[in-house]
Design a protein around this ligand. Structure first.
Ligand code: NAD
Ligand code: ISE
Length: 462
């Protein structure tokens, strides 16, 4: 265990946050002190200075000299200059170099593994927003999945955060999400606050160089999503995963595989049903039926068919009397892909009887659909039936598990593989076009900007 002053020296000099701050003040950008990706450095030499913020925060296991430290930044004059300045700051770099052989371990916080222990790594997760989804993700990270531990929580409702933390040994409660993000006991961040607050936390996580899993929507406006996409590109590596969990659902994956294998021929149409038992009587707007609910189908269409959505229409059937006044429930959303596939989505958020999700793709010589029904069939009193899930936690429980496990595993490996901020931006742009179509009643073309090379590799599981 390093003495506290040594740990402080390491934090000052070795952490991405401190380095990044200095680099930003000098107008050098955020991650310039890593002249090469961490993985390449790892392969090249056994003794490394890797910053916590840069990826998953390995500490070097052997001592490293000041010259070696400077050498890691060699090849870039500005960086070398920066490192000399750091050395001039009371020899902090040299001090840090001397203590890098030690591990810093804080009480109640999982130990940071050395490079050789990569497989057994525990990703220390901070969760912002401890409501329904936050609580469910905390449960799965703590009790179901491997390789993660929740070490910090924050919520606008501090009482709720404290209550959740009480069930998590050693977890800290932060009054503000920004503080949680810069907490040295947090390697990666889960954002499960309400949508309008997503942007600020995702941007702060990118600034801190920490991977962030953000529940959908990435942000509520295209402009906010653009700011995230710009910040991530400036950071130089993908850090953001968006919670489009249906990509991890076994049923949807089977649909995608069937289409890809040509089993039904070229796809022509898709029929979707998205029914919630109910939504809160206050605060849930007609627009949210698209940006909060149908956004899942919007993402699916792009992922299933590998095509962008080019135009949209929104039709308004007679409204159900079950919804709050002003809520136009149900809606029929029609998405038209660039290749001419038409997808109709019935969104009905006060269907009363349960959570009902359906999907059928019609191809030139066959169809493929999600199977309907639960795991058991009850026959009683001359009738036959099965259970309808209550909500998404039940219907997509396994998909959420796979999604979050995949994220933890990727974070531990220093990668970001799931649906990313470009997918989040695309979904929000399409949802906004649907809002326009909802109000105009017209077919509306989607104006998605050109995908930057940075996001050329399609996100999400194969
Ligand atoms: P919720 O209302 O139950 O929880 C949200 C929590 O965020 C609350 O505890 C609230 O106090 C907190 N919060 C609000 N503003 C905050 C802020 N500025 N800073 C910190 N905390 C703040 O809502 P929920 O159902 O858990 O939804 C949370 C997110 O998850 C939303 O983005 C929602 O769209 C998403 N969601 C996704 C799915 C899915 O199927 N993937 C399902 C439900 C919800
Ligand atoms: C909720 O926010 C979700 O994301 C669910 O997956 C979706 O089915 C539901 O309609 C939304 O309200």
């Amino acid at each position: 265990m390093a003495p506290p002053e040594a740990a402080a020296a390491m934090t000052r000099c070795g952490s991405c946050a401190a380095f990044g701050k200095l680099a930003r003040e000098r107008g050098l950008g955020r991650h310039l002190h890593h002249p090469q990706p961490a993985s390449r450095l790892l392969r090249r030499r056994p003794v490394l200075l890797l910053s916590r913020g840069r990826s998953i925060g390995y500490y070097a296991t052997e001592q490293i000299t000041r010259d070696e430290l400077t050498g890691l930044m060699a090849g870039d004059g500005e960086l070398e200059q920066l490192s000399h300045e750091l050395e001039a700051m009371g020899g902090a770099a040299a001090d840090a170099a001397q203590v890098l052989g030690e591990e810093v371990q804080e009480p109640g916080i999982p130990r940071r593994p050395a490079p050789g222990e990569r497989a057994a790594m525990t990703v220390r997760v901070g969760v912002i927003g401890t409501g329904m989804m936050g609580g469910d993700h905390i449960r799965r990270i703590s009790q179901v999945l491997s390789g993660g531990a929740v070490t910090a929580v924050s919520d606008a409702d501090s009482g709720r955060a404290a209550q959740v933390a009480a069930g998590l040994p050693g977890a800290r409660v932060h009054p503000a999400g920004q503080e949680l993000i810069t907490d040295s006991a947090v390697d990666a961040v889960v954002v499960t606050s309400w949508g309008p607050a997503h942007e600020q936390y995702v941007l702060a996580a990118i600034a801190a160089g920490k991977p962030v899993f953000c529940e959908k929507p990435l942000a509520t406006t295209a402009e906010a999503c653009q700011r995230i996409v710009a910040a991530e590109q400036a950071a130089g590596r993908r850090l953001v995963q968006v919670g489009f969990m249906r990509r991890y659902d076994a049923g949807y994956r089977a649909l995608k595989a069937a289409v890809a294998a040509g089993e039904i021929g070229p796809p022509l149409l898709m029929h979707c049903v998205h029914r919630n038992a109910a939504v809160p009587p206050y605060g849930f707007t007609t627009e949210m039926m698209i940006s909060d609910s149908a956004v899942h189908e919007i993402d699916l269409v792009r992922w299933l068919f590998g095509e962008e959505v080019a135009a949209v229409r929104v039709l308004k059937p007679r409204r159900s009397s079950r919804g709050a006044a002003g809520l136009h429930d149900p809606l029929l959303v029609v998405l038209e892909t660039a290749g001419g596939i038409l997808v109709d989505v019935e969104v009905f958020v006060n269907a009363t009887y349960g959570y009902d999700i359906r999907g059928e793709i019609v191809g030139e010589h066959g169809t493929v659909a999600l199977a309907d029904g639960g795991r058991t069939v009850l026959k009683h009193g001359g009738r036959r039936g099965d259970a309808v899930p209550a909500d998404w936690r039940e219907r997509f429980g396994a998909a959420f598990d796979t999604e979050l496990q995949d994220w933890l595993t990727s974070v531990a490996a220093g990668r970001c593989t799931g649906p990313g901020s470009w997918d989040g931006l695309a979904a929000t742009v399409i949802a906004q076009a649907c809002h326009q179509a909802l109000h105009s009643g017209h077919r509306t073309e989607v104006a998605l900007p050109a995908r930057p090379e940075f996001y050329a590799r399609p996100g999400g599981p194969a």
